[in-house]
Design a binder for this molecule. Sequence first.
Ligand code: SF4
Ligand code: SF4
Length: 190
Amino acid sequence: MLKINVAKTSALVLLAFRSVFMGPRVFQDLYSLSRKTRSRALWLRAMAVGVLNQFRYPRRMPTFHQCQRCTACCRWPGMVKLTADEVASIASFLEITVERFTAEFTDLRSDRKGLNLREKQNGECIFLEGGDCAIQSHKPQQCRDFPNLWRRPDMAGHCQATPVELDLEEYLDRVSAATGRPKSTLKGLI
Ligand code: SF4
Ligand code: SF4
């Protein structure tokens, strides 16, 4: 007669439930925890979740968008918002005062809640010089985050970024390098 181990069956059902309803990130969290705690039980669970995820999320590998520097996003209409730290940082990079930077390169946002980069008459960002950003090493976080942490619905057909499917660790490494954000802060953003 077939004997059913209630504890093991319940654990497997719970595992399947968590895998299905809590998403692919469960695998990464369990795996990291198993390495930190050196727990073989957690490692086995991570592996089981990983296998289940292959069925549940067969096409959901994270996709990194590799910028091709076509500069289309520097020509789109829209605001590049600046934080106070970014204003100070870019002014320092340009070796001018914050007051001069504010007067020559920024405008008050339409909601009057801060500054954005000024646009040229043709709508380009004021710092776009041919095919280059004149403040590349100090460009605002909003620019760094595009197109991996935010996108525009109308970007398709304009942004030339190449999609690359990666495993989660490499994806996080690449997004961290592209945005300048520490890897540990990315999980809440993607
Ligand atoms: S600051 Fe640089 S990257 Fe950002 S929109 Fe302007 S030219 Fe483009
Ligand atoms: S539009 Fe896309 S590919 Fe072109 S510069 Fe911006 S992010 Fe890069």
